[in-house]
Write a protein that binds this ligand. Sequence first.
Ligand code: NIG
Ligand code: FE
Length: 399
Amino acid sequence: MKRTAIINANLFTPQGSAAFRGEEMGRLLHIGGAQIEVADGAIEYVGPSRALPDACDVIDAGGAAVLPGFVDSHTHLVFGGMRPQEFMWRMRGDSYMSIMERGGGIASTTKATREASFSHLRDKALGYVEKMRQMGVTTIEAKSGYGLDRETEIRQMEVAASLGPGVVSTFLGAHALPAEYAGRADEYIDFLIAEMLPAAKPLAANCDIFCEKGVFSIEQSCRLLLAARDMGFGAKIHADEIVCTGGAELAAEIGALSADHLLHVSEAGIKALADSPTVATLLPITAFALKEEYAPARSLIDAGAAVALASDFNPGSCFSYSVPLMIALACIHMGMSIEEVISALTINGAAALGMADSIGSVEVGKKADIIILDTDDINMLPYHTGINLVKRTLLHTDL
Ligand code: NIG
Ligand code: FE
């Protein structure tokens, strides 16, 4: 058995196997001078310093802040092509939806992804994963949704599966209506339910849909996600991103794992999320890049909801997976405390993936996904704005 001990850790961690809600998000366990012992990747001891076990590797944190690894619970990691021209059009004033309506956006990435080989997609995604690891991300969700056909959707999820144990797929076949189904959205949902969900089941734990005006309706989202839920998928929804359609309320009603984006969530949607276990996953870099108002993190937390933060990394609305930028935007523009941000990036991200029983906190029995900062003070994370302060990312598979 391989044993590792992390000593002299200034540990900050949420606790438990469920999302932190409301004011609980501000309550991290803090142990100064902590010792964490790991056996074959599983945490076996967390507490004050004590005699070291025999024959163990020692990692001396030197008093630095130690946190659970970050969970990026919303990314579109695997895709062909790039869309820098669209970014410049948006900066000039074009809207995200107007670019999508004239055949750009998701349709353009779908064309490039259909044409890309497995190894091309894999090499590209692996490059991003390595950079995300340097910023402390130990678990990465990767959505499909740039194939919109059987073969390419499967290829995207197989690429994700090849990227390592910390990368988990979500099936997003309902990301947009493919040209082949123009004007036949209900038939496309039928195809996803009858053919794609069974094909995706071995590759993805969760199923997502872009519920948006002009994309998929509340009824279509409900139909797909209930079918997915019956097959054992966790449900996730791109909800109330561009306009308010009631996606948050639907997520709460069907017991979705998460409602994501929520830039235009209604008061009723906030209340529905506060009264349900569904995690409100907020994606501040997307709001920043689209020059939209940020999601109402404060109202959600104050109402008692569980808020997660994630990057939404994708080639369109948000070509960034910068954790330092996400932390800065959440603290500076969304009114979140650094403790709330840490809960949002760890236990709540894990809960948004249905994984809070195994990752998201530094506790006995959980996987040892742990990061060491190069400061002892967690307040440095937003204060040293936009700078990566993660010195070391430890994956349970390496310990
Ligand atoms: O979460 N809104 C839908 N999906 C992505 C954008 C995908 C794209 O533009 O390629 C999002 O913002
Ligand atoms: Fe997204």
